[in-house]
Design a protein around this ligand. Structure first.
Ligand SMILES: Cc1cc2nc3c(=O)[nH]c(=O)nc-3n(C[C@H](O)[C@H](O)[C@H](O)COP(=O)(O)O)c2cc1C
Length: 325
């Protein structure tokens, strides 16, 4: 069980925020296959203050998504607090604050990962969001802006401040902002966060691509939980596989190709609900790559799916490789 403030999840892992991926469609599938909580991708806080923001479907969680957290990004404590309240108001069950994003345009605006350089501002944001909503509030941060001692001191200062402000969980990705996605994430630093703050809920992130690794990380690092990020792209089954191992049951067989193809098409159709055909075909390519990763003829099927230019092309390729559609 994983406790996040007044919410209890029945398993200690859930869907990580993935900008450009964890939209409604991916969240519905993650929920269906056993994720007890999913997050949006990162959203600019000030967008929530626009009158028409919540007309967009993306900003309104639906019942078939289960429990969804909104992850927000910004550098102004007041705007962050107002945005948090607005997201809760439309049905998000949890707020996550992004102190992790390494994108240059985000760093230039002094938000996301940049805030790891400014512990006072980061802590002000935490305090003001904490006071604006009664749902759980978590923060996602990287292990420092870079590997310097000064950066690490600031990282610990933020962890300390967040715990003192009553944050409901610290989600730590074991790479610095400067490291982007290079090399392997450092799980020792994540364990050390738990060691230094044993009373706080500490959740780890980094390189969790299969159920075995997920269970191993939770157990060997002494963590309260982990989030599953790239490992869930085109692979919603990772959640029920991890559930089985976590409960001490054997890992279930992968669904046969027919079922994989059906899920693939369901995913595509959900994407197509809100986009033109051309846009949905383009947008879906990155998910296709994920679904292909587990197919015995990965390379050939990938080429066919990526070459699809219309819904008909996509269905023809799925019929050929998965036998459905
Ligand atoms: C394409 C992509 C988009 C991401 N978007 C977000 C995001 O919106 N918010 C966030 O906090 N982290 C984001 N992340 C980081 C992931 O949540 C996760 O911490 C990171 O990928 C490490 O986990 P993994 O190695 O298991 O994928 C993103 C990562 C990737 C690869």
């Amino acid at each position: 069980m994983l406790k996040l403030g007044n919410i209890s999840l029945d398993v200690p892992f859930y869907q990580a925020p993935l900008s450009g991926y964890t939209d409604r469609a991916m969240r519905v599938l993650a929920h269906k296959y056993g994720a007890p909580l999913t997050y949006t991708g990162v959203i600019l806080a000030k967008i929530a203050l626009h009158k028409k923001a919540f007309n967009r479907l993306y900003f309104q969680p639906t019942v078939d998504e289960g429990l969804v957290g909104a992850q927000i990004l910004g550098e102004d404590p007041d705007i962050m607090a107002k945005a948090a309240a607005a997201f809760v108001n439309v049905g998000f069950g949890l707020i996550d604050l992004n102190f992790a994003c390494p994108a240059p345009k985000v760093l230039r605006r002094h938000s996301g990962g940049y805030l790891l350089k400014e512990p006072e501002t980061a802590i002000k944001i935490i305090r003001s969001v904490r006071n604006s909503v009664s749902c759980p509030v978590t923060i996602k941060l990287r292990a420092g802006f870079d590997k310097s001692q000064e950066s690490m001191d600031k990282f610990w200062q933020i962890c300390q401040g967040a715990v003192a402000e009553g944050i409901d969980a610290l989600i730590v990705h074991g790479r610095s902002v400067k490291e982007l996605y290079r090399d392997k994430g450092d799980w020792e630093i994540i364990s050390e966060v738990k060691h230094r703050f044993p009373q706080a809920t500490i959740i780890g992130s980094g390189d969790l691509m299969d159920a075995e690794t997920i269970v191993k990380r939770i157990k060997t690092c002494g963590l309260d939980g982990v989030i599953i990020a790239r490992g869930a792209i085109g692979n919603p089954w990772i959640f029920n596989e991890t559930r089985a191992l976590w409960d001490g049951r054997p890992k279930p067989e992968r669904p046969d190709l027919t079922e994989q193809g059906e899920v693939f098409l369901t995913h595509y159709e959900m994407i197509a609900e809100t986009r033109s055909m051309l846009k949905s075909i383009r947008y879906f390519r990155k998910f296709s790559v994920g679904y292909c990763r587990h197919h015995p003829q990965r390379k050939m099927i990938q080429a066919d799916l990526i070459a699809a230019r219309s819904r008909d092309d996509l269905y023809t390729a799925v019929k050929k490789w998965f036998g459905v559609g």
